[in-house]
Design a protein around this ligand. Structure first.
Ligand SMILES: NC(=O)c1ccc[n+]([C@@H]2O[C@H](COP(=O)([O-])OP(=O)(O)OC[C@H]3O[C@@H](n4cnc5c(N)ncnc54)[C@H](OP(=O)(O)O)[C@@H]3O)[C@@H](O)[C@H]2O)c1
Length: 432
């Protein structure tokens, strides 16, 4: 019998709606993976209009999260209201009642995190906040769990997608700040009021949280030296490029002389460094420690879907602890099977050595066509010493089985020297 935990979501904005959506859509998958049911029983938002109602089943609806926490017998609360007040009071209320809380609220955690951590240590309710820093990047869990035995020396983070997008546009296309900001807004990477991002406050909130976790330092984000990107011009970026550097809005937390140095400001970093390759709306956190060497986590920093994914991951982890269930690593293994290689679908690079005689290429393309493989490009290279002409082909997507059969036939052709060489092409990477 699968145990069922009651979940309430407070705040149905960008992240809240995505969380509700993923909880409802992936209900079965979560049961299979986590061995526990996360039953969304209540939601709270001042405006549960018809669009929001349409996404829900028969959950109880509240206009204020405090009432939901008071009246529902929740096991888990998701706080996605944002800001310090009333979010802070609602989290306190829940933790005091023994309800476990998941939040993405970086501002609140940066300003009052230690009081919540303390309460969570003392009280019944536990607090998780993976979504507060780095969206889909599991940086909190990495520092708290995976690297718990590692003494970190420094953390460098590109942890604000808006400013990274703006700086990338300015560096790559010479756009002025205002134009780049306009484009970021248009693409949904900047909010209507981008002050917190552009001035570096959002990064300072996140660095405060990371510094506290990694180095145990309890500071206010106001104490973090913070400088935004408004002073950066295309000319400065070009100067940096000529010197072999990129400019990033970097959050830095590092040990120095028995102290911890925490800052956020535009920074020149070597163009060849891994962090310099983090462009557009992407985030990355680079960690250094004596036993660790260096390690970097990279991914989409914000946005409803990736932030909701981190929220759900926290819910699953809390639920597993609460019910002593073990997440199934080999979930649904009896239904999931390995794809036979011949059924693989891929594009291919193909290199043949053909005798320089009319009709050879036509015979090759006829064989490929018969196996339903269409050619994307053909390049004929100069004749080699053995009078064979190298021909390089790339194909559109084709089945591996068909490709292998075609290659077998092609290699039997009299006019083909050497065994054809082929390499699979993988196109599924996001590119700038
Ligand atoms: N958006 C992102 O990509 C992202 C990424 C990482 C972390 N986060 C964090 O996630 C949190 C939520 O962000 P968001 O972008 O989803 O914010 P949002 O779109 O502004 O949504 C917040 C929602 O909470 C509602 N609300 C206000 N007071 C409430 C109350 N007392 N009870 C219940 N609901 C209440 C708001 O209603 P009204 O609008 O009517 O006031 C609004 O619908 C924030 O802490 C943010 O920093 C966001």
């Amino acid at each position: 019998m699968v145990k069922k935990l009651k979940v309430g979501v407070a705040g149905l904005g960008t992240v809240g709606l995505q969380t509700v959506c993923q909880l409802l859509k992936n209900r079965e998958q979560i049961i299979q993976k986590a061995g526990v049911e996360l039953a969304l029983t209540a939601v709270a938002d001042p405006q549960i209009d018809s669009d929001r109602k349409a996404m829900l089943d028969n959950q109880s609806c509240y206009s204020d999260a405090a009432d939901m926490v008071e009246q529902e017998e929740l096991d888990l609360l998701v706080e996605l209201i944002g800001g310090v007040d009333p979010a802070g009071k609602i989290i306190h209320q829940a933790l005091n009642r023994g309800i476990d809380v998941v939040t993405a609220n970086k501002e609140l955690l940066a300003k009052q995190g230690s009081s919540f951590f303390e309460l969570s240590r003392k009280g019944e309710g536990r607090l998780r906040f993976e979504a507060a820093v780095g969206g889909s990047i599991p940086i909190i869990r990495t520092i708290r769990e995976a690297l718990v035995g590692v003494e970190l020396d420094s953390i460098y983070g590109i942890i604000n997608g808006t400013t990274n997008y703006i700086l990338s546009c300015m560096a790559d296309r010479g756009l002025e700040f205002d134009k780049a900001l306009q484009e970021a807004r248009h693409k949904g990477f900047a909010e209507a009021d981008p002050t917190a991002d552009v001035e570096g406050f959002d990064s300072a909130h996140k660095m405060t949280i990371l510094a506290e976790l990694a180095f145990g330092i309890n500071i206010s984000p106001d104490a973090v030296y913070t400088e935004g990107i408004k002073g950066i011009t295309p000319m400065i970026l070009e100067d940096a490029r000529q010197l072999g550097y990129s400019i990033k809005l970097l959050g830095i937390a590092k040990k120095f002389n028995h102290r911890v140095d925490v800052r956020v400001h535009p920074t020149l970093i070597p163009q060849k460094s891994a962090l310099a390759a983090v462009t557009g709306e992407y985030n990355a956190v680079y960690l250094k420690g004596s036993q660790l060497g260096s390690s970097m986590l990279y991914g989409k920093g914000a946005g409803g879907p990736s932030t909701a994914t981190a929220v759900i991951s926290d819910l699953v982890s809390l639920a597993a602890q609460k019910t002593n269930s073990t997440p199934a690593v080999y979930y649904s293994w009896e239904k999931t099977r390995l794809l036979p290689t011949e059924q693989l679908v891929s594009c291919y690079y193909l290199r043949l050595s053909a005798v320089d005689r009319p009709g050879v290429l036509a015979r090759v393309t006829e064989i490929l066509g018969r196996h339903h493989i269409s050619i994307e490009t053909v390049i004929q290279r100069g004749r080699s010493a053995d009078r064979l002409v190298p021909v390089v082909l790339t194909t559109h997507e084709a089945r591996e089985g068909a490709m292998q059969a075609a290659l077998e036939e092609i290699s039997q052709l009299e006019d083909i020297g050497q065994t054809p060489k082929f390499v699979r092409i993988e196109e599924g990477f996001e590119q700038e």
